[in-house]
Structure formats: structure tokens, C-alpha cells
Design a protein around this ligand. Structure first.
Ligand code: PLP
Length: 447
């Protein structure tokens, strides 16, 4: 603690923390007691005071192959030296095409065209825009309504927060995108606490989509967007049969189904995408994060052949879709993506996640019975421990657990009073033991 204090004092002396307005961060609290990371390798970060921190969260659910992997680092270095940037509009460069082609090898058959963005938020807004434009291009322009879900997180663009279902992400920002409705979320501790894998209760909640269709009429609805497994809102696992029901109802009414796989993509569940894992094929998939192993920002929307063809066959002007970003398919991000997908494949990391999942499940569920623990849940290599909040001070108990774990060299993530865990897929059994043992100690101490 003494060396840490000194290091923090030194840091204060040389670094002005004030100008950077940090995202989704308690700025005043952080700047009074900063936690800076200065290096990373494999499963670990190095903190500014020289400690090794076990990464229980793959950064922010994105570093699926572990940190600073040489193959990815070198691909980025070579690319930036060879072709730093190429205009994204009316021009191209080979690696973006190559990456799109590789990406569609991973998705379920039929999802085979890729639109590139630079983040999950941009991927979501792109998918929503494609959905609305698709209906218009095929002569159903009244289909403009978007259906999200309570507790959904779809990034921070106006489209994403509108279909999203997290009150604090919405309430400060005005009236948002009009014509949005929400399905109920499926989280229910009374029925499903301490479920291992998919909870058994709750698939009937998908039928709420029928009610929404009855209210607004199918002719006004463009798309439904859900995270197959909700991550940022605290790891909400879909009940058995839920996604299948959503798919069936969307089919019945000609509504597009969008899976936001920003977290579930690239092996988190032990398969390339949740769509493969569940055997439920959406019309569009949003992804980001693990696409480049978190190294260079990149997002993508993967769409069904039929959607792409509709634009190619029926668009009114030579440019079929008036949408895109300066950095869509950026050469350096594309190179990072190609190297990342190759590494996942060479090391069999998705299969590795599937193999580790039972061990992970047993480890995390061993925390049942500790003080304040009201739920433990898991799927693939994702897990959550939900704590009872301190009356009148929501989030405080879990945040204290986060701080104490960090002091002991383990990075976890909290959202509300939920601890979310999503380690890199290279995690070893000994790391799992260390992660869970540290969390156990901390939970035993918490007031
Ligand atoms: N969608 C989901 C499901 C996410 O989990 C996230 C980020 O956590 C996003 C979208 C937003 O991605 P980004 O922060 O890259 O904009």
C-alpha cells in the first residue's frame, strides 16, 4: 500500500488528470484515486504502480485472444507502414474485402454481406438504418418502428439508446428516436436464481412481441433488436426457447430480427457467434470488440443475402445505401481483424472456450452461499454474481468489490450491483482458480 501511495503521488505530479472527461466513469472519484494501466501481456495488465492484474473481463469484453498477441501487433505495424489509409467511399483496398470474406465464413449460412463501422454503437445504428431502408426500398416504407428490450444495451448513439433499455443511458438525452417500443427483459430471480446455463423459466416473455404487434400493427414495424445474451446490463441469459420464439414471431410478421452480438461474437459462448450457438439465425448481426481483439476500433454489420440483394436490385440511385464512415473498413483495422480471426482459428480459441465452460460454471457457482450473493449465472465463458444492494446506496457494494479485487490484482467489472466476468478465452485453469478465490475472499469481507 505504501509503494502504491507513492506511485500515485508521483503520477499526480507528472500527469494532469483533469482535462480528460472520462466515459462512463465516476470522474471525481477516479481522479482522486486513479487506476491506470500501462502495459498488458496475455492474461495480465500491468498497473501504473507496477503490479500484475489478472484480466477477468478481457478489457471490456473485447480482448478475447489475450493481450498484445505478437501476430496481431505485427500485422498492425506492417499495415500502417504500407497503407495507412484509403478513402472508404468509391475506393477500396484489398484487406477490407478479404476480412468481409473471412467474417462470413464464421456466420451461419445466409448471412454473407458485411458493412463496416468503427464501434459497436456505430454497428447498431447502421443495422437499424439498414432495416428501415430495406423495407422502404422494397416498397414497405411504413415499416419504421424499432423494437428493443428493457435492460438492453446497444451502445450510445441515438438509435442505440432509443432501442436500449437502460434508464440512465436514456433519461438525460431528450425524446430520442420516435416510434420505438420495448419487449420486457427476461431477468427474474424468483424463478431463475442460480441457474446454470440457460434458465428454464421465461420463454413465454417472447410472446410479448405478439402484443406489441397487435398494438402497432406489423405494417409499422421494421425490426426487433436484442442481445442474445445481454452483457453490459449484467449478464442476462435467455430462457430456453426464448430466442426461437422471437425468431418465429418475426418470421410470421415479416419483421427483421437483429442480434447485437457485440459481446457474444467471437467465441464468448464457445462458438463464433451466439447465432451459431443457439441455432437461431437472425437477419442481421452487429459485432465489434473481439473482431480486432480490441486492438483497433472496428464494428461490422453482417446481413442476409436477401437484404443486400434488395438494395442491389431495387435501389433508386447508383449508390444503393446512403450511409458509411470515413473509417469504414480502415486498412489498419482490417489488418488487425484478419490477424485476429487467423489467431482464433489457429489456436482453436472458440472450441477452447466451449471446453472450459463446464469448469467455469462450477467455479463461479462455488460462490453461492457467500454473504449478499443473491444470484450466480453463466454461459460459455461469461458469468455474473449478483449482490444484494445496500439499502439506499445502489451499486456501492459491487463497486467496493471491484476496488478490493483491483487492490488484490484482479480486474472484474461491475454494473449496478452485479459483478460481470468475461475473461480472455486463453484463460488457464489456474487463472480461473485465482480469479474465483480472490473474489471469494473479497465477498467474505464485504460489509
Ligand atoms: N452493443 C452491445 C451489446 C455492447 O455490449 C456494446 C458495448 O459494450 C455496444 C453495443 C457498444 O459498443 P461500443 O462501445 O464499441 O460503441
Amino acid at each position: 500500500p505504501e509503494t502504491m501511495k507513492n506511485a500515485v503521488l508521483e503520477l499526480h505530479a507528472e500527469l494532469n488528470l483533469e482535462p480528460f472527461w472520462m466515459p462512463f466513469t465516476a470522474n471525481r472519484q477516479f481522479k482522486a484515486n486513479p487506476r491506470l494501466l500501462v502495459a498488458a501481456q496475455g492474461m495480465h495488465y500491468t498497473s501504473h504502480d507496477g503490479r500484475q492484474i489478472l484480466d477477468g473481463t478481457a478489457g471490456l469484453w473485447c480482448v478475447n485472444a489475450g493481450h498484445c498477441r505478437p501476430a496481431i501487433v505485427e500485422a498492425i505495424q506492417q499495415q500502417v507502414a504500407q497503407l495507412d489509409y484509403a478513402p472508404a467511399f468509391q475506393m477500396g483496398h484489398p484487406k477490407a474485402f478479404e476480412l468481409a470474406d473471412q467474417l462470413i465464413q464464421l456466420t451461419p449460412p445466409g448471412l454473407d454481406h458485411v458493412f463496416f463501422a468503427n464501434s459497436g454503437s456505430e454497428a447498431v445504428d447502421t443495422a437499424l438504418k439498414i432495416a428501415i431502408a430495406y423495407h422502404r426500398v422494397r416498397g414497405q416504407g411504413s415499416r419504421q418502428r424499432l423494437i428493443g428490450r428493457e435492460r438492453g444495451y446497444h451502445g450510445v448513439g441515438f438509435g442505440g439508446i432509443s432501442v436500449g433499455g437502460i434508464s440512465s443511458n436514456r433519461k438525460y438525452f431528450g425524446s430520442l428516436v420516435p416510434g420505438v417500443d420495448h419487449l420486457p427483459h427476461t431477468h427474474n430471480l424468483e424463478h431463475n436464481a442460480f441457474s446454470r446455463g440457460l434458465p428454464r423459466w421465461g420463454s413465454h416473455l417472447a410472446e410479448e412481441l405478439e402484443r406489441i404487434v397487435a398494438l402497432h400493427d406489423a405494417s409499422t414495424i421494421a425490426a426487433v433488436i436484442v442481445e442474445p445474451v445481454a452483457g453490459s446490463t449484467g449478464v442476462l441469459i435467455p430462457p430456453v426457447g426464448y430466442l426461437e420464439k422471437l425468431r418465429a414471431i418475426c418470421d410470421k410478421y415479416g419483421i427483421l430480427l437483429i442480434f447485437d452480438e457485440v459481446i457474444t461474437g467471437f467465441g464468448r459462448l464457445g462458438s463464433p457467434f451466439a447465432a451459431n450457438y443457439f441455432g437461431v439465425v437472425p437477419d442481421l448481426i452487429c459485432c465489434a470488440k473481439g473482431l480486432t481483439n480490441g486492438t483497433i476500433p472496428m464494428g461490422a454489420v453482417i446481413v442476409k443475402q436477401e437484404i443486400y440483394n434488395t438494395f442491389m436490385d431495387s435501389a433508386e440511385s447508383p449508390i444503393e445505401l446512403f450511409h458509411g464512415y470515413t473509417y469504414s473498413g480502415h486498412p489498419v483495422a482490417s489488418a488487425a481483424g484478419l490477424a485476429t480471426l487467423k489467431l482464433y482459428q489457429q489456436e482453436g480459441l472458440f472450441e477452447r472456450a466451449a471446453r472450459l465452460a463446464p469448469l467455469w460454471e462450477a467455479a463461479i457457482h462455488s460462490l453461492k452461499g457467500l454473504p449478499h450473493v443473491i444470484d450466480v449465472r453463466n454461459l460459455g465463458l461469461v458469468g455474473a454474481v449478483e449482490l444484494e444492494g445496500i439499502p439506499g446506496r445502489p451499486t456501492a457494494r459491487a463497486f467496493e468489490a471491484f476496488l478490493r479485487c483491483y487492490e488484490r490484482g484482479v480486474l472484474i467489472r461491475t454494473t449496478g450491483d452485479i459483478i460481470a466476468l468475461s475473461p480472455p478465452l486463453i484463460i488457464e485453469e489456474t487463472h480461473i482458480e485465482h480469479l474465483i478465490a480472490t473474489l471469494r475472499q473479497v465477498l467474505q469481507e464485504l460489509a
